[in-house]
Design a protein around this ligand. Structure first.
Ligand code: FUB
Length: 458
């Protein structure tokens, strides 16, 4: 790899949640929504695409705008947002983009000859009499399409189930014919929402949103965001239109359930909605998901972690890290930006936040603010060897110290005293980090609210 790969995997000034990863012709393409820095609602941008060669997951290329939000006939004035999309290759070899706008319950389709060219609006998914899916009396709410095409049929999964809404039953599968628009098999519910999960095996992890579908061997894997929102779960079946059994949690964007370094119910990062999917890249499976930044749900960023599909087809929950696509721990020496922190929490509740200077689109490296006395910021993980000095860059109205540790509640290995400064200021201390693969934590003790830009290990 040319560089090391971090989480988030795209530049820190890019905000692409809901990522659906696919490998086409030797490159990984990610199709997601497009949030903005300081966005005041979800998904304020046009769809853009990023891709990377399968043999260098650090080398992401901006493919540009693939679909402006005003391309949909229902949205000529740009009043609505493009919610989470998905892409599938049709029987004609072209690429089909499925999405819903945020204020209408119909599924739109756009098409392109290339994975990341300019997609053109094609039409709305409809029954054979021309009635749009979502418009027929009795149709349930259409949301977050996930699509898979095989043998001339496209399986379209949609739905959104809020707590207390008995009109929503779960995620539904609708089968489309080779024109990619016309329904040939009516919707059937495949995974229950929380109002209908009792006795199904999905209790506590019922379907909320973010339908996504993949196939491994002969097994269909339905990936979705559960009723607790921060976790991506999976269910499996040998039939795309039914028989799905709950499998488990693959990732939680706050590491809920993980008890290897903290209590299982402790949230190691700001929890928020989640959406993504699994993909095999060069023989390794990954889960793509997103995290929340800037203290809101409207500036989300894509992250990824390695997963293992066990011989029995099961997938165990993986931890959130700073280095998901890197293939292993980060080099134990060098400069690292603070925005790659995977753990951010305060001793007395709440979380610091990743943010950036400037406005949306300004290519300025992100940093962390919202730091208070007792804030803990962690990075996972590094392969340390012979580290003897550490520097940090901080600024802001603050006077105190950053303690450095290799576990959030562990021994203090160094302390860096900081003072008021209006510009990024470098502070250095000697440290002896034991060799080996470990996390790195910074705990702030003091007054005020420092900003944290990055650190260097030597
Ligand atoms: O990005 C907008 C919406 O938030 C998506 O459609 C949902 O899946 C959730 O991630």
């Amino acid at each position: 790899m040319k560089k090391q790969a971090y989480n988030p995997y795209l530049p820190s000034w890019e905000y692409i949640p809901d990522g659906e990863p696919y490998v086409f012709d030797g490159r990984v393409y990610v199709y997601g929504s497009h949030d903005m820095f300081n966005g005041y609602v979800f998904c304020m941008g046009d769809y853009v695409c990023w891709s990377a060669p399968v043999d260098d997951l650090s080398d992401w290329r901006y493919e540009g705008v693939i679909y402006p939000k005003t391309s949909d006939p229902f949205n000529k004035d740009g009043r609505m947002c493009l919610y989470a999309p998905d892409v599938t290759v049709g029987p004609d070899g072209r690429y089909y983009l499925y999405y819903v706008l945020d204020k209408v319950s119909v599924v739109s389709v756009a098409v392109c000859d290339k994975p990341a060219g300019r997609y053109e609006f094609l039409g709305y998914v409809h029954y054979q009499d021309g009635t749009r899916l979502g418009d027929r009396p009795g149709d349930e709410f259409q949301f977050d399409p996930g699509v898979l095409t095989e043998n001339g049929k496209t399986y379209l999964y949609t739905g959104f189930c809020g707590r207390g809404d008995k009109s929503r039953h779960g995620s539904m599968c609708t089968t489309l014919g080779p024109d990619m628009l016309t329904i040939i098999e009516d919707p059937v519910f495949v995974v229950p929402g929380c109002e209908y999960s009792s006795g199904t095996g999905f209790e506590g992890h019922a379907f909320f949103e973010a339908s996504s579908i993949r196939k491994i061997g002969e097994t269909y894997y339905f990936i979705y965001s559960s009723e607790v929102m921060h976790e991506l779960c999976y269910a499996t079946s040998d039939n795309p239109r039914g028989g799905f059994k709950y499998g488990g949690v693959i990732v939680s964007n706050c590491d809920a359930h993980i008890d290897s370094y903290k209590p299982a119910d402790m949230r190691a990062a700001p929890a928020g909605n989640n959406h993504g999917s699994i993909v095999e890249i060069n023989g390794q499976w990954y889960i793509f998901y997103h995290r929340q930044t800037n203290g809101t749900w409207y500036s989300r960023q894509g992250c990824a972690e390695k997963i293992t599909v066990q011989p029995d087809g099961s997938i165990r929950q993986v931890e959130i890290t700073s280095c998901g696509l890197n293939g292993g721990p980060l080099n134990g020496k060098g400069y690292y930006p603070a925005y790659i922190a995977c753990h951010m929490f305060n001793e007395n509740g709440g979380h610091p936040k990743v943010t950036q200077d400037g406005k949306d689109g300004d290519e300025i490296e992100g940093h962390i603010d919202g730091i208070v006395n007792g804030s803990i910021i962690g990075f996972k993980s590094f392969d340390f060897k012979g580290v003897s000095e550490i520097s940090i860059w901080a600024r802001g109205y603050a006077k105190g110290r950053f303690e450095v540790k290799t576990s959030w509640d562990g021994e203090i290995l160094a302390a860096l005293d900081i003072d008021y400064t209006n510009i990024w200021w470098k502070y250095t201390a000697n440290i002896a980090i034991p060799d080996g693969v470990r996390s790195l934590y910074f705990k702030y003790i003091g007054g005020g609210n420092p900003h944290f830009k990055g650190f260097e290990l030597r």
